[in-house]
Design a protein around this ligand. Sequence first.
Ligand code: HEM
Length: 405
Amino acid sequence: MTTRLDHDVVGEVLAALDTAAGKADPYPHYARLRSLGPAVTAPDGRLVVTGYRQCAALVRDHRLEKRPELLLLGAGHDNWRERPSLRLMYTSILVLNPPVHTRLRRLVSAAFTARRVAELRPAVERITAELCERLEGTADFVTEFAFPLPVTVIGELLGIPAADRPMFQTLVRDWTMVLDDLRPAVVDQADTAAVTIRDYLAELAAARRAEPADDLISALVAAQDGTEALDAEELVTMAALLLAAGFETTTGLLANGLLALLAAPEQAARLRTEPELAAPAVEELLRYDSPVQLVSTRSAPADLTIAEVAFTEGQRVIGLLGAANRDPAVFREPDRLVLDRAEEPPLSFGGGVHYCLGAPLARLEAQIAFPALLSRFPGLEVAGTPVFREGLALHSYTSLPVTTN
Ligand code: HEM
């Protein structure tokens, strides 16, 4: 039961989390929330969940529904379907419920297969080696590595020509701001970006429909589930989400992860010499500073209890995955980076029917990139102040100066 006094504290902590400094280092604020219990009610009625067990249960419990319109209407966007950025994001698979979600997930899974991801390994190794060249001396890790690696990989996968890929860095960053910030000026800028992304992908899909290639866009065009296929808008919405999710989050994993490794040299030294540590190390880096810190579009359709937390009908829920990943009830010394932890898996990829579709791809890229970077550059260190990309839904850096010495 949250008392009146707790309400005030929750309001204060959420306000602190909503500042640039709070988003850059949310962990002390999460700890304050957690001290009030694994789930607390915000002054506006939302349920804010910080406990690992409770977050794990809520992302898997499909009695909770995705209700993005509550978020959008709450922010004053009654006409959200007419706003290109909001329509492209908030009609995507990410925010749909079964059975509509099930149909789309089946179609995309038929195209985005484990085999297609596994086949990318040699390409990821080659691109990683090429990008390492760009880091010699002093360089910006985000510009020269953390952005181009995933954007090249998802670009190759989708079939976006190499020359067109660089423009998506700013376009996707502007569009995906609508996951964190729904103020009118932000949505205006996101709309401009979304129109360019949408029209580009529609043209690419039309070209592949006329002449199929061996890429994911062609596979999405061809994807069939019985007599079902994706219609033109569904296809573009899916491709846009894959493109955005394909690099914005992975850029975050690479940048947040490198920063964490450089701040814990004894852990970095282990990864440099023990290649078998690559897989658990990536799980720990995902846990330690997750590029996705929260999921926020779920709501309770009726009064219900999940993992001993009471949800009331219509209540909106925020699952703070980044807080759950540091829950001391599950992780010993949660604020320490320990690459070979053998505890619960991090919640950074979510769970249940919405479990991240790109998790195998993100893992493949990070498991190749971190050992390659550390062994190629034993003297790698931070060479300036990192610039944070302000956000919690997407939590990463826009700049990270490094030197290889
Ligand atoms: C470190 C990198 C990544 C992280 C931390 C991450 C995180 C997440 C999370 C937390 C969700 C679930 C959201 C929810 O339940 O509300 C999700 C869903 C999704 N992710 Fe990722 N993601 C990453 C990389 C990728 C990549 C590389 C791709 C595509 C190539 C991708 C595509 C998707 C898609 C399509 C969904 C929606 C799935 C659905 O709703 O059925 N993600 N991701």
